[in-house]
Design a protein around this ligand. Sequence first.
Ligand SMILES: [Zn+2]
Length: 521
Amino acid sequence: PLAASAIEAIQSGRLRFFPQHWVKTYLHWLENIKDWCISRQLWWGHRVPIWYCRCGHRFAAREDPLECPRCGSKDLTQDEDVLDTWFSSWLWPFSTMGWPQDTPELRTFYPTDALVTAPDIIFLWVARMVMAGYEFMGECPFRDVYFTSLVRDVQGRKMSKSLGNSPDPTEVMKQFGADALRFTMTMLSPQGQDVYYSNEKVELGRNFCNKIWNAARFVLSNLPQRERRGERKPERRDLKLADRWILSRMNRTVRSLTRFLREYRFNDAAHTIYDFFWHEYCDWYLELIKPRLYSPSTEVERQRAQWLAATVLRVSMQLLHPFMPFITEEVWQRLNAGDGGTSIMVSPWPQCDERLIDEAAERDMSLLQELIVAIRNIRAEMNIPPDRKADVVVEVPDKESLRLIQHNGTYIKNLAKVQNLHAGVEMNRPHQCCATAVVRAMEVFVPLEGLIDLDRERERLQREVKRVSEQVERLSRRVQNANFLKKAPPEVVKKERQKHLDCQRNLEKLLVNLRALGTDV
Ligand SMILES: [Zn+2]
């Protein structure tokens, strides 16, 4: 039967399903195939090409017959039924290309690469197109089939007219933007799982659009016209740690995003570029190069920073383009002003340059990042006013880490608001009262004298300790209360236990901070 070649196609890997688990459904149907009814009683459709003669002869014909081939009678009637809609749909991959004529379109587009469809029509459409493809064209109509997720509301209900729970996409686009909607839907749709949609979730995409726009504006405003073309590519030896790091991260992003797209893992692809652009390029790289853009020691240094900022922005726009076509095109046009306005969509897809993947730079940067985050956390916990620069003492385990910190001291000073940075292998702990943190094998001390009003901070912390202790007390009574444990739903119990734990941790932290201020607790 027709099913045999369709089974063989999936088993040999000629035909691939994403997600793969739909193969089972497909095979189950084909392996247990039965004849199915192809006619319908409808007003519209292809009429079944069967004719009946008075003599009892029934026959099929391509053209309307003039007479009965058996008795020659002209008194023929055509069947009243029409073909099921799927009957013509299964011819779709080639009938739309001019088949049965041998056209250039047919030769170019048959077979095609990918079919994107919904899993509820695997029997009705996908399997039948495969069977018809082998029957009439001798070849499978496509290589890959991607089954989309089903969009449900936040309560998990299917969207339907009667429930009135489906938003009007044009309204959502008016409110949040088309790019925001598209990007959010992609982020929310893991391969093979349903999407739980609500309008509020589209804020994620809108915020990302704003982030992109602001970053692009910042880069462009610091980029003279002539640097926009990216012609002054810096030599490798002139790259600073931050530059080597961002180029390494960018190339990794190109590599994994491209792989995710090939595997139809669109949400992983979206997450990859989102994390890179927001949390590496914007949060770190653009901050790290600000001193070089604003007050460089030489003009060449500024140009290198400009080149890198523009290059990473350009590649990011290309990687984002499939998810956010409008904003990326706009930024691209501004970046490449004077380029004749060639669209981003015809630019070549970025390639990963393996030579720029730099393990050492990534390792060093992540250590510096942890150090900066630790100092920032101390500042926040100790209520150090944002405009006050702190002194920081770092005790490091070896010469290598010492060199790293000394060479990159400006990064730490700028990003963690540090005045004087002292680092050494066998440093003595400062005598003043200090806030401390441990970052891997390094110990960080921030002397607090003069930075904050110690007495007021002690009082504030003591008040906090009192408040949180009471909270811990109350919660621990509750999570030990037999009656509560018996009556409350399990998820409520779980939530209260978590709250109890969080409060305890919070209390411990407060006590550590209080001790740092020289209070015995
Ligand atoms: Zn006849």
